[in-house]
Design a protein around this ligand. Structure first.
Ligand code: SF4
Ligand code: SF4
Ligand code: FES
Length: 249
């Protein structure tokens, strides 16, 4: 006699949802005289991001909750926020990492437009002030501007910036004095100052040698810890300081 065994079907384990409690700093300039906290609870998977959770709140509980986002993959730099006291991108931080009790605030040091949306214009004005583009008087000719691997390596780290402002808005000097150009602008100046093809390093160093420039930095490393791209921000600031002091580019 032959026996036929039923194939055992093994269904993949479905991860359990967890309750996520959010405390969000809200501010609507058309209705509020000052910011206030609002609590929400949503169900989410441990693999959901903080941005996913904010979307759940917006789509199912309160459509007025306002925040910026675009790529949702850590590339566009638009969803910097303060999560449990630290500057982070909402889209690359998982609930399994940040936990189920979240306090979410707008990044500090820039004017709040609404809820988690800040006015980035002062930040971008400081970025523009350091001439963050290739400047050269040479005839472009018909060939590439050649560069050795070592020359390219010199500024590789600072090419990774996505202008999220996590560094600048974690800097205590910037909080105290918004005229400080800030670490993000210095990182983007560094990217061109140490580029062998560029010819405007001394112009940028003069800009960063002013009262609002690199000398305001107190080397507290907040900026390096906050950078979601892993850029050695404080090291870049120090290299620019040394380039000013020793004329070494
Ligand atoms: S190292 Fe300098 S730029 Fe960075 S957070 Fe500290 S004071 Fe600001
Ligand atoms: S240096 Fe890092 S933290 Fe600062 S703006 Fe660029 S990517 Fe963001
Ligand atoms: S949404 Fe683009 S970096 Fe987070």
């Amino acid at each position: 006699m032959t026996t036929t065994m039923n194939p055992v079907s093994v269904s993949p384990a479905v991860p359990a949802e967890v309750s996520v409690h959010l405390r969000v700093k809200r501010y609507n300039p058309e209705a509020d005289t000052r910011p206030h906290w609002q609590d929400f609870t949503v169900q989410a998977l441990p693999s959901d991001t903080v941005l996913n959770v904010l979307h759940k709140v917006k789509w199912t509980q309160d459509g007025t909750l306002s925040f910026r986002r675009s790529c949702a993959h850590g590339v566009c730099g638009s969803d910097a926020m303060v999560i449990n006291g630290e500057n982070k991108l909402g889209c690359i931080n998982l609930i399994s990492t940040v936990g189920t009790d979240l306090t979410i605030e707008p990044i500090r040091g820039l004017p709040v437009i609404k809820d988690l949306i800040v006015d980035m214009e002062p930040f971008f004005a400081q970025y523009r002030s350091v001439l963050p583009y290739l400047i050269t008087d040479d005839d472009p000719g018909y060939k590439e501007r050649l560069q050795s691997q070592e020359e390219r390596e010199r500024f590789d780290d600072t090419t990774k910036c996505i202008l999220c402002a996590c560094c600048t808005t974690s800097c205590p000097v910037y909080w105290a004095n918004g005229s400080y150009v800030g670490p993000a602008a210095i990182v983007n100046a560094h990217r061109f100052i140490f580029d062998s093809r560029d010819q405007a390093a001394s112009e940028r160093l003069d800009i960063l040698n002013q009262k609002s420039g690199v000398w305001r930095c107190r080397t507290s490393f907040n900026c390096t810890e906050a950078c979601p791209r892993g850029i050695s921000v404080t090291k870049a600031v120090e290299e620019v300081k040394r380039a000013i002091l020793y004329d070494r580019v």
